[in-house]
Design a protein. Structure first.
Length: 321
């Protein structure tokens, strides 16, 4: 029986675990859920490499992680990783591979949400490029560093329910840009990436899962005004009420980080492999039309679509080279 739930914190998930000698990589580790994920792991003795777009400017932001490292005895390191530039992604990955340190789990946490239309250095729509393609190239480049039996945790979102991935025009080159549709498809892509990665690497015991951390007030909605954010909460609340669902609840950041560390450390990896997780549990497949319901849409776990997205992503990356 799973003793954890929506209110569980990352610390509670890791209670009693000694992670000394274990190593983790967490992208986007200088704020929000990523920072709390790294801090909780280090409190229990883990070694953690975190990434930031500009590590030299993150000293104050990572003070809590450094304190946790001092108390837990693990080694903390922050490296540069700009997911909006594949050249930068490859440089970061090459350095890690050359260094040769192994990881028990990689947690692909970094992301961007609902910005105005923008392009990465390689011409991809910003959200698809950062949330999916940047992580796709980075994780696949450092995959040999995952220990046999290791884990990949990819942060998705409830927002995946808003849109499947458009394999024909994922970058909004030929149809009008909608920030929320773009965010939704990038989060579906995150889930599908985990499905296919899991299939490709389970032979050596490596399992991958995607995670819905829960709604929390982090820096993620930086492109949304307070008025827009309040309107979004109201829309979600009404949609859930109309479907007979309980009102949405915001999680504190330690609660939002719980499912990531549960997936990376605690859960049975063979039970979560290829699955979508929320509230420290495997989510139920729910295909009701309401985009604000709980659970995962079946298209986000479709193995055929996951393979197609993988092939399409490789094609896009080659074209951008």
């Amino acid at each position: 029986m799973n003793m954890f739930g929506a209110k569980t914190t990352a610390e509670e998930v890791l209670a009693g675990f000694d992670l000394q000698g274990k190593s983790f990589l967490v992208t986007g580790a200088t704020s929000g859920i990523g920072r709390e994920t790294a801090r909780a792991l280090m409190t229990h003795g883990a070694n953690v490499i975190g990434t930031a777009k500009d590590a030299s400017k993150a000293g104050e932001a990572t003070a809590q992680i450094r304190q946790a490292a001092a108390l837990g005895g693990g080694i903390w390191e922050l490296i540069d990783l700009d997911l909006s530039s594949l050249a930068n992604v490859r440089v970061a990955a090459e350095k890690l591979v050359k260094d040769g340190r192994k990881f028990d789990a990689i947690i692909a946490n970094a992301g961007v949400m609902a910005p105005p239309l923008g392009r990465t250095a390689d011409g991809f729509e910003l959200q698809f490029g950062i949330n999916h393609i940047g992580h796709f190239v980075f994780v696949n480049s450092i995959e040999p560093l995952l220990v046999d039996g290791g884990r990949l945790v990819v942060l998705s979102s409830q927002a995946h329910r808003g849109a499947d991935v458009d394999l024909v025009d994922p970058n909004f080159d030929d149809h009008p840009y909608n920030a929320w549709t773009a965010y939704s498809q990038s989060k579906t892509a995150n889930a599908l990436f985990a499905v296919e990665f899991d299939k490709r690497h389970r032979a050596r015991g490596v399992r991958a899962a995607s995670v819905m951390p829960g709604n929390s007030l982090t820096n993620l909605p930086q492109y949304l005004s307070q008025e827009t954010l309040q309107g979004l909460f109201a829309t979600v609340g009404k949609a859930r009420a109309d479907a007979g669902l309980p009102p949405p609840e915001l999680k504190e950041i330690p609660q939002a980080a719980a499912t990531s560390v549960w997936a990376a450390v605690v859960a049975n990896k063979d039970e979560i492999g290829g699955r979508y997780l929320e509230d420290c549990a495997v989510a139920t497949v729910v295909d009701m039309a309401n985009p604000f319901a709980d659970g995962v849409r079946s298209y986000a776990l479709d193995s055929a679509k996951a393979a197609q997205l993988w092939a399409r992503t490789e094609e896009l990356v080659r074209a951008a080279a």
